[in-house]
Design a protein around this ligand. Sequence first.
Ligand code: SF4
Ligand code: SF4
Length: 380
Amino acid sequence: MRYRDLGKTGLKVSEIGLGAEWLERHNAEEVKAVIDCCEEQGINILDCWMAEPNVRSNIGKAIAGKREKWIIQGHFGSTWQDGQYVRTREMDKVRVAFEDLLTRLGTDYIDLGMIHFVDEEAEFHQIMEGEFLAYVKEQKEKGVIRHIGMSTHNPKVGKLAAMSGEIEMLLFSINPAFDLLPASEDMNTYFAEDYDENLGGIHPDRADLYQTCERLGVGINVMKGYAGGRLFSAASSPFGVALTPVQCIHYALTRPAVASILAGYDTPEHVMDAVAYETASEEEKDYANVLAKAPRHAYSGQCTYCGHCAPCPAGIDIAMVNKLYDLAAMQEQVPASIKAHYEALPANAKDCIACGGCEERCPFGVRVAEKMEKAQDLFG
Ligand code: SF4
Ligand code: SF4
């Protein structure tokens, strides 16, 4: 298992994580089998957003005596009322549900205290300026949570959170289908049967979020990496072509700022399917050819940092130069940290001999030589 820095939190998370939502439909024994398998495979991060009491208790039993092996992402605002999940900002209910989470998980701290599911900008401001954030900060001051995070599906809210200085990491929905879409306050639009036919490639709202997070050191953990399984079949995928789990994982893990993809598992076999990513070949991981040739919404002209264009005779890491260029180009001035990273590369845009080999190999038709010229102008 490979591990990555989660932004500036100081935590090193396994790049494959456990999104525990599906465990809600299993008994204690089955939950333990999945969690034990995750642990054996080196998975060290789990998200428990669910408020349902049994699943919380079953997870608590499965990690009993091994709490310190896990980085737990627990949520503020996910509550259980009259036998149902309710997302709320009513503080009396938020407090009770969070204390219940600690009790049922059998722990006195949560590593990542997540402000749960904020997709509306107005609600984001209410939370950040009111008693909700005050309570979350109090938990951090007391050491009950170690870091403050937020979960959202809206890239505009994600960007506000990243820029707030209060939110250290995000749980954000990333997959190639959602990445086509502009920001929305209604998550259901992401699951629409048909997308606007003009869409193709990563929407600027989302590219902006990923670049902002990377620049500010706000790590992203990924949810909905498979678009609810929709991407696994040509019939249900908006691209009209199927992707594999390994390709979806690779797509998510090659976005800037991403640390871990939290997948859902019903069984140890499902865990092993995701962990197969760790030993997959480059061909198996290659989402680029699929997306570039998709019958609908094909990505084109835009660098997805897939690395398909290698090797470069000048030794340039083209995907990295493109990523740093995109990060810097959105700023009024090139940030010193990005410039330093660029200058530390063994070869960079000034070494490009415009041979064109990369452009022949790039499935997205990116005009790389032109981009290298732009990078040279920008970075000097
Ligand atoms: S230039 Fe093309 S092949 Fe190279 S990383 Fe970007 S999208 Fe991939
Ligand atoms: S065009 Fe430039 S970046 Fe592309 S392979 Fe040739 S030397 Fe490398």
